[in-house]
Design a protein around this ligand. Structure first.
Ligand SMILES: [Mg+2]
Length: 387
């Protein structure tokens, strides 16, 4: 225990555990990057969890993730820098983020380094909220208790029209508020048929989005997007190379339908460049990819100031409280892939996902997460002992 300004500070970090968890996906999925041979189907999600415990015995749980490659590398880097966190004051989240950012600066202020920072940063925000006995959304200052939720799970390119339509109907029946489907078939007319079929399945009042996963050239994107611009889509996602900010800006200026992108960007600075180019009317920042809640809050403030909407990519588990604390209505993206890793479930009804009334993110690692752990390292006084 140390004293600061008359307040007893008992939040110094006493121990932490870093775990590499590989969560398989029951049915491997394909998007346009697979269709064009650039990627292999996605069969698992690699997670690196950080569980950070302070001197009071309160534990915050955070995580980062990667797809297809890099899980072992993220774990190794996390283990290497983890000793820096021991003894730091848990509430000083920004200071710790800067400290870890400088230590990994030679790797580039983005990419794998920031992925790893996210595991620590999200754990520290969870810890801070748990100490305050508040859900993270309320610690940040929430605007709403429930966030609009859409589903992507049944709408991959390998699904038939019947499979997609049934999956979309099932999603709506369970309370999902929007359906996002993959596009980028070799024949664009097939994409149009599939969009019309899913619209028929869900009716006129459920939001429908499409995602091209960087499939098109600038000319192809403009041609396709003009064809669908009058179809009432909620947004058109990643029509171009994810780093083509100027191309996204030029395309977005020619469409009524909002262009959504940003999921592949790996730092605040990359999001700032995209927004400056007018490339996104819906920003799809990904908290683990850009370094955690600390940079995400800066991205959110930039989006607010530029009147850009927020629909973060993947990991609803982290994005739900963040979108709840964003001034205008956004979206969270529903995937059930990570559910087995947690003891708790996020409630969905009436088209929304509801912020849990538990402190922090409101999630703890499950026995399944322990079973799927490839490697785990514990430093100092972690409550459950060694490896
Ligand atoms: Mg996407």
């Amino acid at each position: 225990m140390r004293h600061s300004g008359g307040i007893e500070m008992t939040d110094h970090i006493a121990g932490l555990r870093i775990s590499h968890v590989v969560q398989p996906i029951a049915r491997p999925v394909s998007d346009a990057k697979v269709a064009t041979g650039r990627q292999v189907p996605l069969a698992a999600v690699d997670m690196v969890f950080a569980e950070i415990t302070d001197e009071d015995g309160t534990t915050g749980t955070g995580f980062t993730y990667t797809l297809r490659a890099g899980g072992t590398a993220l774990q190794a880097l996390a283990e290497e820098i983890a000793p820096m966190v021991i003894g730091a004051r848990g509430a000083d989240v920004q200071r710790i983020w800067e400290m870890l950012g400088w230590r990994t600066n030679s790797l580039g202020a983005c990419g794998a380094a920031f992925h790893v920072l996210a595991a620590f940063d999200t754990a520290l925000w969870d810890l801070k909220a748990r100490r305050a006995k508040l859900p993270l959304a309320q610690l940040l200052g929430s605007f709403r208790d429930g966030v609009r939720v859409y589903n992507s799970g049944g709408q991959y390119l390998q699904a038939s029209i019947d499979e997609m339509s049934q999956a979309a109907r099932d999603s709506v029946a369970r309370g999902i508020g929007g359906i996002k489907m993959k596009v980028g078939q070799p024949d664009w007319r097939e994409d149009i048929r599939r969009i019309e079929a899913v619209r028929d399945a869900i009716g006129p009042d459920v939001a429908l989005m499409i995602d091209a996963n960087q499939q098109w050239s600038r000319a192809e994107a403009l041609a396709f997007c003009r064809r669908v611009d009058g179809m009432g889509l909620e947004f058109i996602e990643e029509p171009l190379d994810a780093r083509d900010h100027a191309g996204h800006g030029a395309l977005a200026a020619q469409l009524v339908t909002p262009v959504a992108t940003g999921e592949m960007l790996a730092s605040y600075d990359e999001h700032a460049a995209l927004i400056a180019a007018g490339g996104a009317r819906v920003l799809q920042a990904d908290c683990p990819r850009i370094g955690g809640v600390t940079p995400m809050l800066r991205v959110m403030e930039l989006a607010r100031s530029q009147r850009v909407a927020l629909a973060p990519h993947f990991v609803m588990e982290q994005h739900l409280p963040l979108v709840a604390a964003f001034p205008t209505e956004g979206w969270v993206e529903h995937f059930d892939w990570l559910e087995p890793l947690f003891n708790e479930r996020l409630e969905i009804r009436d088209g929304r996902m509801w912020v849990p009334d538990r402190p922090g993110f409101g999630l703890t690692m499950s026995d399944t997460a322990r079973e799927h752990t490839k490697r785990s390292v514990t430093l100092r006084d972690s409550p459950e002992g060694g490896d």
